[in-house]
Design a protein around this ligand. Structure first.
Ligand code: ASP
Ligand code: MG
Length: 469
């Protein structure tokens, strides 16, 4: 008897038709005598709409609220009608949706009157996407005569710190509570349907686990319930060697180590929430990425020591767009302890996330990569804080750049990987603006002009023969 936590992402539950597909996948697993826990994301696009509406409410756009909630009910009810045949179940789910949206309307109206959106109230608003999708999946499972019960992350027992927007699970309490609330259901073959992404503090205040956090919910539950595997159901066959839109011959990777997968998640391979692997790494629980639209495909397996089986040094190459590079120069930084910390302190205090850093042994300059949307604000903040104070003499930036990242666990200790990458760039006539290799040696990342990004990805894919993987 296998215990499997299955997470279904936004596109898997985007339409009533897709939700039926999801219900059938769950039913098939139950037939195989698997014990299944289902974790669901909000319907595709809903979380973004909630963010937008919360911002609007803050700006006192009261009239808009009802328009929005009306549309939200319509969208979800239309999904119910397609996902569930049985009229009485339909009705029951519709009532839950209406009641939940009523609550949302009150919350948005509150934000509107106060004219303030705190990280706490924002998380509360964001929790509604999953609170609306989970009951539909629950209804679709009942429609197939499966025994099921639905929970919010909070009801399931997931407890986090109060870092709203990006909360971290407190695993000891969580494990204890999840076991107490969910385990006996599994023994009775009841399928728990849990909202992804949302949890609560120890005082019961709603938190979210960061964008894409439903993956995290799934891995947290898998550890708490000591599951055999986590299956992340999405709309692609698995993790690819490159974006197939850039490299048409890109291949699916059958196996990856946790380290490689984490590296790819961080580099936006879109496969997983970057923190989601942390709990399963310690617990050694394998994760599979699978395609709801192609369930026969085994997908990508992420587990211990997979890298040992393969000999490829580079396994995947990613392109990260919408970034900008900042160069900070100053001869006075040389040999001056604490000078870097001043730069990073300014960035940290102003909530600017640094994606990549590179400095030379000459110490006279630091290059940073940040999200492009933050460039204007970051530059002025740095200029005000650092220029004319004797340390930094010049701050320049480039906003027409992108990051190319080549990844693979076998790079570690293999000679000549960097030289092959950079020779490939030279042959394409691509100029490299900045380089960084983490000491994990799991990836080499570098910055090129945006116009060269796709060619750089294709050249690396070709050099390491990733289409033959
Ligand atoms: N609905 C949330 C988001 O869009 C969480 C998730 O989809 O995993 O970020
Ligand atoms: Mg989503």
């Amino acid at each position: 008897m296998k215990k499997i936590v299955m997470k279904f992402g936004g596109t898997s539950v985007a339409t009533g038709e897709n939700i039926r597909r999801v219900a059938n996948i769950v039913a098939d697993s139950v037939k195989k005598d698997y014990r299944v826990v289902v974790v669901v994301s909000a319907l595709a696009g809903i979380t973004n709409q909630l963010i937008e509406e919360a911002e609007q409410a803050k700006k006192k756009k009261e009239k808009q609220i009802q328009e929005f909630t009306k549309k939200l009910v319509e969208k979800h009810v239309a999904t119910v009608t397609k996902a569930i045949e049985d009229k009485s179940i339909q009705k029951e789910v519709e009532q839950i949706i209406e009641k939940t949206v009523d609550e949302l309307e009150k919350v948005l109206t509150g934000i509107c009157y106060v004219g303030e959106l705190t990280p706490k109230s924002r998380d509360y608003v964001l929790s509604f996407g999953e609170r609306l999708s989970a009951p539909i999946v629950w209804g679709a499972l009942r429609n197939l005569e499966l025994q099921t019960q639905y929970f919010t992350g909070k009801e399931a027992g997931i407890v986090t710190d109060a870092n709203f927007g990006e909360a971290n699970p407190l695993m000891n309490v969580t494990t204890h509570q999840v076991k107490a609330r969910i385990e006996s259901l599994l023994e009775k073959k009841v399928i728990p349907v849990v909202t992804g992404y949302i949890a609560a503090t120890q005082d019961g205040v709603v938190t979210t686990l960061g964008r894409g956090g439903s993956d995290y919910t799934a891995t947290i539950l898998s550890v708490a319930l000591d599951a055999d595997e986590v299956w992340i159901w999405t709309d692609v066959d698995g993790i690819m060697t490159a974006d197939p839109k850039i490299v048409p011959s890109a291949k699916m990777l059958p196996e990856l180590s946790y380290g490689e997968a984490a590296e790819m998640a961080i580099f936006g391979a879109k496969a997983m929430h970057p923190s989601a692997l942390e709990p399963v790494i310690e617990a050694h629980i394998p994760v599979r990425i699978r395609n709801v639209f192609n369930p026969e495909n085994p997908g990508t397996l992420i587990a211990d020591g997979q890298e040992a089986k393969s000999t490829e040094v580079v396994k995947a190459v990613a392109l990260i767009k919408d970034v900008a590079m900042i160069n900070i120069r100053g001869a006075a930084m040389v040999g001056a302890p604490g000078s870097y910390s001043k730069v990073f302190d300014v960035l940290g205090k102003n909530n600017v996330n640094v994606m990549m850093v590179s400095t030379a042994v000459s110490e006279a300059n630091i290059s940073l990569v940040i999200r492009r949307s933050l460039l204007g604000r970051t530059l002025s903040t740095l200029e005000i804080a650092l220029l004319g104070r004797g340390l930094v003499s010049e701050i320049t930036s480039e906003d027409d750049v992108c990051v190319v990242a080549a990844m693979g666990a076998n790079m570690k200790g293999t000679l000549g990987v960097a030289s092959r990458i950079f020779t490939a760039m030279a042959q394409e006539g691509i100029n490299i603006r900045m380089i960084a290799q983490g000491s994990s040696e799991l990836n080499i990342s570098f910055v090129v002009k945006e116009k060269d990004g796709e060619a750089a990805v294709r050249a690396i894919h070709k050099e390491f023969k990733l289409d033959q993987i």
